[in-house]
Design a protein around this ligand. Structure first.
Ligand code: EPU
Length: 424
């Protein structure tokens, strides 16, 4: 069998205009929410990254009929014949986000069987917040043969305080209660833009869901939900990764679709590094003119509106070449600094203590053979490769492909010397 790898050479400053894909983390949960309807739903601006393909497969296994138009970025998902409430082990192993169908299945069937999610390379990632909320509503759980069996014949609406604003738990509770008579309140809810896109979709279906500042979500149950047409929001994480590709190569890039409104903290850090950022009208669209003398900046990752954990690794790659000392504290996941070892192979000066990485900027990075261990680590190594002398080969490409649709040709079209290769 041949091994796929990405070959990257030191590139000229990236420049041009790039079109963004739809947001992977919004599509995944919105696809799960369609199980609350019976009929034909249409999603546009869909990226066809690997995780989306897994979610298509999962919905098909549950009984959905899915029509894919890759060229148009469109999915038509008919949920009329959904007949199964079991998420098989092989799908759960491939994509942890499969857990997101639990709430919809509970709402539709009063039960769900979900394979137990294991840990993954970015940490243990338990689902206790999801289970605690549903237990409080009256669901019962038992486990056997790698499955959690959830039974929810008599769910009741609750006011629930999340111990932590978990994205997935917030989404599952919203989907699990949209059809539940009475008012459910989630306090300390996640208000990530992708959660808000899910709420927009559910309200289009006929749900009554409100977000109360700063972080309470109120769900007034309705008796039925109708199929919808929806254009997925643009991917702020792909936008951030591309802006950093321009930043690390000293280039200039326009992203006319970038959802700048939801990127404030990230964009202000780019400015603090010395890059010049201009926003489009109505906070849509971002233009970066990179500085040739980037400065170190420090930050910690936080739930929205804080600095997103999903941009921590790509930002770290850029800081490896910024003058001075940057300190990054990862607070969201307990094992999301694995890319440090790979960046060190390329000459980066980084030390780790617990969840904190200290980066002392160097003048040059050097190409090396590196391995991507998760989606965002893959993005970080690609960025480092674009700025490193010589050439870099990155394996673990499947991780990158789970979250980014056609990122290699996109970077190449902006001047990146990057290509996908296969070795026998
Ligand atoms: N957590 C628990 N118990 C739970 C749920 C979460 O302890 O029941 C912990 C997790 O272990 C983690 C923290 O809470 O340490 C945050 O997890 P959260 O539930 O918020 O994350 P998630 O829903 O599993 C989504 C994205 C991730 C993104 C995080 C944080 C999807 C499909 N995934 O994961 O995306 O990093 O929110 O913003 O929406 C990525 O795109 O690369 C990615 C990993």
């Amino acid at each position: 069998m041949s091994t796929e790898y990405i070959r990257i050479e030191k590139s000229q400053p990236l420049s041009g205009i790039a079109q963004l894909a739809g947001a992977k983390n919004a599509v995944l949960v919105i696809m799960a929410s369609l199980l609350l309807t019976e009929g034909k739903n249409k999603l546009t601006n869909v990226p066809f990254s690997e995780d989306i393909r897994h979610m298509i497969r999962l919905l098909e296994m549950l009984g959905a009929v899915v029509e894919v138009d890759k060229d148009m970025g469109t999915l038509v998902i008919d949920t009329t014949l959904i007949s199964s409430f079991r998420v098989p082990v092989e799908i759960m192993k491939r994509m942890r986000a499969s857990i997101l169908v639990m709430g919809s299945l509970l709402a539709r069937f009063g039960k769900a069987e979900v394979a137990l999610p294991g840990g993954c390379s970015i940490g243990e990632r338990p689902i206790d917040y999801h289970l605690k909320a549903f237990s409080k509503m009256g669901a019962t759980f038992s486990t056997s043969n790698e499955y959690i069996h959830c039974n929810a014949d008599k769910l009741r609406p609750i006011t629930h305080i999340l111990d932590y604003p978990s994205v997935g738990a917030t989404e599952n509770i919203i989907m699990g209660t949209a059809l539940l008579k009475g008012t459910t309140r989630i306090i300390n809810a996640s208000v990530e833009p992708e959660v808000l896109d899910l709420i927009e979709v559910l309200n289009k279906m006929g749900a009554h869901i409100r977000v109360l500042a700063p972080a309470t979500i109120e769900i007034e149950g309705v008796s039925s939900l109708e199929p919808i047409d929806h254009q997925i929001m643009y991917d702020r994480l792909e936008a951030g990764s591309l802006l950093l590709a321009a930043a690390i190569t000293g280039g200039e890039l326009s992203l006319p679709d970038a959802p700048a409104r939801s990127m404030t903290v990230f964009l202000s850090l780019l400015e603090e590094m010395g890059h010049s950022i201009t926003l489009g009208d109505n906070n849509t669209g971002v233009h970066i003119q990179a500085t040739q003398e980037p400065r170190a900046v420090s930050f910690k990752t936080m739930p929205y509106p804080g600095f997103p954990t999903d941009l921590q690794a790509p930002m770290m790659a850029a800081l490896c070449l910024a003058s001075g000392k940057s300190v990054i504290h990862e607070t969201v996941f307990e094992n999301r600094l694995v890319h440090v070892r790979e960046l060190q192979k390329m000459g980066a000066q980084i030390s780790i203590e617990g969840q904190t990485a200290t980066i002392v900027g160097v003048d040059e990075l050097y190409g090396a053979a590196v391995i991507a261990s998760d989606i965002r680590a893959g993005a970080a190594l690609v960025l480092a490769g674009l700025a490193a002398h010589g050439h870099t080969t990155m394996t673990g490409v499947h991780h990158l492909k789970r979250g980014y649709d056609a990122i290699v040709p996109k970077l190449a079209s902006l001047g990146g010397r990057i290509s996908t290769q296969f070795e026998e």
